[in-house]
Design a protein around this ligand. Structure first.
Ligand code: NAD
Length: 273
């Protein structure tokens, strides 16, 4: 929470110095309640930073062409610097095709294949907000990655894979675990930095954490009592870990602040300053 506040203060100051405040468009298709909660959080943080945002809530049966036309319109608007399409999209829509229509310089969460490629080969494009927030957290708390053993549980395109690339850039030795990993406990226990991004409530516990490991919990789940929780069973890892992020108030809080930062960057780039 403290880091999220700090990033938002930086963004607010940067946005206030701009001639025109940056603008975000969020597109939601269908009525997935979790997507609405995430979108609300993004709009709230952007508003706190002085960033303009507008939201498009489209019915679940929206056609591919209609959605693409909306994106094309937003691509052409000079007051919109970033476009976010809330995933998942309804099954009848071709997610890859839709994401590829967003102008890469407005793709503030790095979904476009061009930006994914930039991330891979080491150029400076946009990084996905959640992996970027994990990296910012590690930097903020003085965690050096070079030579360290980092284990990421989860291989999705939006968290696990891009985070592995960012960690590799910092010269970490990275292992990605997933549902077919044979011995998850052993893989996780040898991590100096363990990142949980599987989306399974409290699946990692004291058996998965080595002495003094740093544990970053990306998961956002609801537990058996309807309470928000991460992928890590916090009380059981607390005696082992040297540092750990909570859920809520950890990675998720920093992620929306990082999104606001990307909006400022996008606004500056599009105006050539
Ligand atoms: P996803 O479902 O696309 O991917 C989950 C990955 O975890 C898969 O690669 C799968 O192989 C792996 N996995 C699942 N169960 C496993 C198991 N039992 N053992 C080993 N590996 C397993 O999910 P995602 O979109 O990457 O999101 C992961 C979690 O992070 C979710 O809880 C999501 O809500 C959360 N999330 C948080 C933020 C944030 O800002 N904090 C952003 C995005 C996603």
């Amino acid at each position: 929470k403290a880091l999220a506040k700090k990033v938002k203060e930086e963004v607010r100051a940067a946005a206030a110095r701009m001639e025109r405040r940056p603008g975000l468009a969020v597109i939601l298709v269908g009525d997935d309640p979790a997507s609405q909660v995430y979108a609300d959080g993004k709009k709230r943080d952007c508003a706190q930073c002085g960033i303009y945002s507008e939201e498009y809530i489209l019915p679940a049966e929206t056609g591919q062409e209609e959605l693409m036309l909306l994106i094309e319109t937003l691509n052409g608007r000079s007051d919109i610097d970033g476009i976010l399409i809330q995933l998942p999209l309804p099954a009848h829509l071709n997610e890859r095709a839709v994401l590829s229509v967003v102008r890469p310089d407005k793709d503030v969460d790095c979904f476009h294949p061009f930006n994914v490629g930039e991330l891979m080969i080491g150029e400076k494009g946009f990084y996905p907000c959640t992996p970027a927030s994990v990296m910012r957290l590690l930097a903020e708390y003085g965690v050096e990655l070079s030579g360290k053993s980092c284990v990421i549980v989860g291989r999705s395109n939006i968290v696990g894979k891009p985070l592995a690339m960012l960690m590799l850039r910092e010269n970490a030795t990275v292992t990605i675990c997933h549902t077919r990993t044979r011995d998850l406990e052993t893989e996780c226990r040898r991590a100096e930095i363990l990142v949980a991004a599987a989306g399974k409530a409290k699946m990692l516990d004291g058996r998965h954490v080595g002495q003094d490991a740093i544990v970053i919990d990306v998961g956002i789940n609801v537990d058996e009592n309807g309470k928000l929780c991460g992928d890590v069973d916090f009380p059981s890892i607390e005696p082992l870990a040297s540092m750990a992020t909570p859920v809520p108030g950890g990675v998720g809080a920093v992620t929306t602040a990082v999104l606001a930062k990307h909006l400022v960057l996008a606004g500056r780039r599009q105006r050539g300053n």
